[in-house]
Ligand binder design. Structure first.
Ligand code: SF4
Ligand code: SF4
Length: 228
């Protein structure tokens, strides 16, 4: 018999609801996006996903979401079959009605976790949060990791301790993503920023997973946030 995770999505959402920072980061990044939307809420930039269990919960409770059709980005049709092929079978590709209609309580886990992902070392340890490096030039949070609240960090770790256990395929996908990140950062001769589960901040050597404690306020800043 196939194992099915028993997730209470309403409880899961309630336990991952702390703000990522004290400021509304969407207001700080949106002016740098030609569409005027926060980058992670602009379907032309990032397509959200939801666990099938999340969609089963969201569908009867809110009008905010629909399954991705492909015509949601007015300037650039989305190649849904291609994206579907790259998305695990236990997830749906989604689209929301847009930031002006956002309902905070009904944000998917993918909204809540952005721009972060669990970092898993080469020897299989989930040690903390790192970020999606494709968004370094646009996401204000990535340039201001010292402003990420400790409540958000704790909740992220707790949620992913649970999800990575319940969904072994999710664990594998973050393991391989961490591996890709090590390769990308090796090529760039850079260390990987980590918001560690122990509460401290580190730069991690991608060749060895060796950690050096460095306050996140000293981490590199990018794009328009270099001077902030
Ligand atoms: S998480 Fe990043 S991209 Fe999303 S609203 Fe905040 S600053 Fe903008
Ligand atoms: S639900 Fe809200 S946070 Fe999520 S993509 Fe839509 S506007 Fe952004």
């Amino acid at each position: 018999m196939t194992y099915k995770p028993d997730l209470d999505i309403a409880r899961l959402y309630a336990s991952f609801a702390s703000p990522i920072a004290e400021v509304d980061c969407g207001r700080l990044c949106a002016p740098h996006n030609p569409s005027g939307k926060p980058f992670c809420c602009d379907i032309c930039v990032a397509v959200p996903v939801a666990l099938k269990e999340e969609w089963a919960y969201l569908k009867p409770n809110t009008q905010l979401w629909h399954r991705l059709r492909g015509d949601e980005c007015p300037t650039d049709p989305i190649d849904v079959p291609k994206m579907k092929a790259e998305t695990p079978g236990y997830m749906h590709l989604m689209a929301c009605r847009g930031p002006e209609y956002c309902e905070r309580d009904f944000r998917t886990l993918s909204c809540r976790q952005f721009p972060f992902s669990p970092y898993i070392t080469a020897d299989d340890r989930f040690i903390g949060l790192t970020y999606n490096w494709d968004f370094e030039q646009v996401c204000w949070v990535i340039s201001n990791l010292h402003q990420v609240t400790s409540a958000y960090r704790r909740e992220f770790i707790d949620i992913y301790d649970r999800l990575l256990y319940e969904y072994p395929k999710e664990y594998d996908s973050y393991y391989f993503l961490s591996e890709d990140m090590r390769e990308a950062f090796k090529k760039r001769h850079r260390r990987i920023p980590i918001l560690h589960r122990d509460g401290w901040d580190y730069l991690l050597s991608p060749a060895t997973d060796r950690l050096t404690r460095v306050p996140a306020a000293q981490f590199r800043k990018f794009g328009p946030y270099r001077r902030s």
